[in-house]
Design a binder for this molecule. Structure first.
Ligand SMILES: [Mg+2]
Length: 212
């Protein structure tokens, strides 16, 4: 079973607080509600096909350039906020697992299935999982910057299946975005989690019901 990383297993819940505290230090009036709305707008903009097509997850340099350019629209609200957001929020080490991530990965492994993480990301995710004691629950990591291909390109899904030693037609890809459904073009099944969920519980138990 393959899992996407961002907004599927891990998330960046601290982004509105980063905006709030940077605004306070800059002397710009801001509420947590406004900060949250600003972040939601930026994050949604980052998930559009145009942004995804920019190849931002093929190298650390591209990642910084593309995301900082997108975040500059927030500089109108708080000067220099784009740089703060990139440094503080886009660092994978600052992301945290959903509360149901560990239990779900453990349950999948308990069923005798291998677990792979396949992510459009410019950095190695192993230390990020290790930080939360989850590295032992993942058999392989497939990063876009290493493969030289980004989801939805079938090449990255095929590389992930190969790294697990499984055939595409016996692989389920779990994600949160249309790019994850690209796994179907690689001959896999794909399961896309609902966009809406409650707090820091992602609703990953739905994945287990796919298995029975
Ligand atoms: Mg994702």
């Amino acid at each position: 079973m393959l899992f996407d990383w961002g907004d599927t297993l891990f998330h960046a819940p601290h982004a509105p607080e980063v905006i709030l505290s940077f605004a306070a230090r800059s002397g710009v009036p801001m509420s947590i509600g406004l900060a949250r709305a600003l972040w939601d707008e930026l994050w949604a903009a980052g998930k559009t096909p145009e942004e995804i097509a920019k190849g931002r997850d093929l190298s650390p340099e591209a990642h910084r350039r593309v995301w900082t350019a997108l975040f500059t629209r927030a500089d109108r609200v708080v000067p220099d906020l784009s740089r703060e957001l990139y440094e503080r929020v886009m660092d994978p080490h600052s992301w945290v697992p959903y509360t149901d991530t560990g239990p779900t990965l453990r349950a999948v492994r308990d069923r005798g299935l291998r677990v792979g993480v396949v992510s459009n990301v410019p950095a190695d995710l192993r230390p990020v999982f290790a930080k939360h004691g989850l590295e032992g629950l993942v058999d392989s990591f497939t990063h876009s910057f290493e493969v030289g291909a980004e989801k939805p390109d079938p090449a990255i899904f095929l590389a992930a299946a190969k790294s697990l030693g499984v055939a595409p037609n016996e692989t389920l890809m779990v994600g949160d975005h249309a790019v994850d459904a690209g796994a179907e073009r690689a001959g896999m099944r794909a399961f896309i989690l609902p966009a809406e969920f409650d707090g820091d519980v992602r609703g990953l138990d739905r994945v287990l019901s796919q298995l029975s």
